[in-house]
Design a protein around this ligand. Structure first.
Ligand code: ADP
Ligand code: MN
Ligand code: MN
Ligand code: MN
Length: 364
């Protein structure tokens, strides 16, 4: 029997790209989804006279919504004429950085926050007739009517991610009513980013059935309400072995303040104000257990003298290929290139943690 493949890609919308998808019916005997194309003039990726863009499948997983043999197909956008990556294709550059710094074994855990909105643009967690809910306080990790809304969407989304084989790690209700989070990882840059994009698509798709709009806006509600971020936790093999490497990574990141802030998502100045558990966007800081720092070193990392750090600055609407690539560049360029894995495996020092880290990133 023929089956359905949902081809998913990132469009060219400004200032924040959106996800698009369309369905291809594949014959029963087709095992690998073929290249495909679309009208780039309708997605801000081409002009009408040269409208064809190519879709190159890069990651496939089971389609948890349609079930059966159906699949989801994540695609890179390429120029139809040349086969080169399209200018909006940030994944291709991430592939190159991931290859360049492979020996550093950098892995990520990404915390995706988002806000549920009504179709009319009002927050789903705010009273339907207008006005404001009680101030922030009872909503974070809350339970019960009046404290959380939209849980049925979270339940369905989490199970869908698991069924699709995505590396979802957990979920929680956030500080602003109607704001939630899920985490993806731990995995290397491409895998974490691919899984995050697929999880975002599933979220939009599932919420569609409830007439709920998923907003990744950095500051969906002005005033005394938390913004939505995409905290990016990261570690290299060296950081997982030594606290000095963790601190060195934080310092290396601090040197790229402007570059990072410019590329961490639209509207970052509105979110990173120094209030609502953020550091001001134009000042770099790092600290142990400090949720008011740009980069936080979790307390258990300081205790264990090794582990990872959390860049708290990326927005909910960030491009994970860009963020993970920038962190690869900043952190790995500043670390000694680890010895090639083969000779290192023969030595006894350092072998254990390298192996563990590898296992961790493949597990789940
Ligand atoms: P919090 O809300 O306290 O900031 P979460 O529990 O939401 O933290 O997320 C922690 C994230 O840190 C997870 O995505 C997890 O994968 C990630 N993480 C844990 N250990 C490492 C590590 N060694 N390297 C990279 N990421 C890590
Ligand atoms: Mn979290
Ligand atoms: Mn959070
Ligand atoms: Mn966090």
């Amino acid at each position: 029997m023929p089956y359905q493949a949902e081809y998913i890609w990132i469009d060219g919308a400004e200032p924040t790209p959106m996800l698009r998808s369309k369905t291809k019916v594949l014959a029963d005997n087709v095992t690998t989804p073929p290249m495909w194309g679309f009208d780039g003039s309708s997605t801000e990726q081409a002009t009408g006279d040269k409208s064809d863009c190519g879709l190159k499948p890069v990651f496939t997983c089971p389609d948890p919504i349609r079930g059966g043999k159906n699949i989801l197909v994540l695609c890179e956008v390429i120029m139809a004429q040349t086969g080169e990556p399209h200018p909006t294709n940030t994944r291709a550059a991430c592939v190159a950085a991931a290859e360049k710094y492979k020996s550093h074994e950098m892995i990520y855990g990404i915390e995706q926050e988002y806000t549920m909105m009504r179709i009319d643009g009002t927050p789903f967690g705010f009273p339907a007739g207008g006005g404001l809910p009680a101030p922030q306080g009872p909503y974070y990790c809350g339970v019960g009517a009046g404290r959380v809304v939209g849980r049925e969407i979270i339940e369905e989304h989490t199970q869908a991610c698991i069924d699709a084989g995505l590396l979802i790690e957990g979920t929680n209700a956030e500080v602003m009513p109607g704001q939630w989070e899920f985490q993806i990882g731990p995995a290397q840059s491409l895998e974490a980013s691919d899984h995050l994009i697929m999880a975002r698509w599933l979220l939009h798709r599932i919420a569609e059935d409830y007439d709920v709009v998923i907003s990744l806006a950095a500051k969906p509600q002005k005033g005394d309400w938390n913004g939505a971020g995409c905290h990016t936790n990261f570690s290299t093999a060296a950081m997982r072995k030594s606290y000095a490497a963790v601190e060195k990574a934080c310092q290396a990141i601090g040197k790229k303040l402007d570059l990072h802030v410019k590329n961490y998502g639209h509207g970052i100045e509105e979110r990173l104000t120094g209030k609502h558990e953020t550091a001001p966007w134009n000042k770099f800081s790092y600290g142990v257990s400090n949720r008011g720092a740009s980069v936080r070193i979790p307390w258990q990392v300081a205790r264990d003298r090794k582990g990872y750090a959390e860049d708290r600055r990326p927005n909910a609407n960030c491009d994970p290929y860009v963020v993970t690539q920038l962190l690869l560049d900043a952190v790995c360029a500043n670390e000694k290139t680890p010895a090639k894995s083969k000779p290192a495996a023969k030595k006894s020092t350092g072998k254990k943690s390298t192996k563990k880290a590898k296992k961790k990133s493949k597990k789940k």
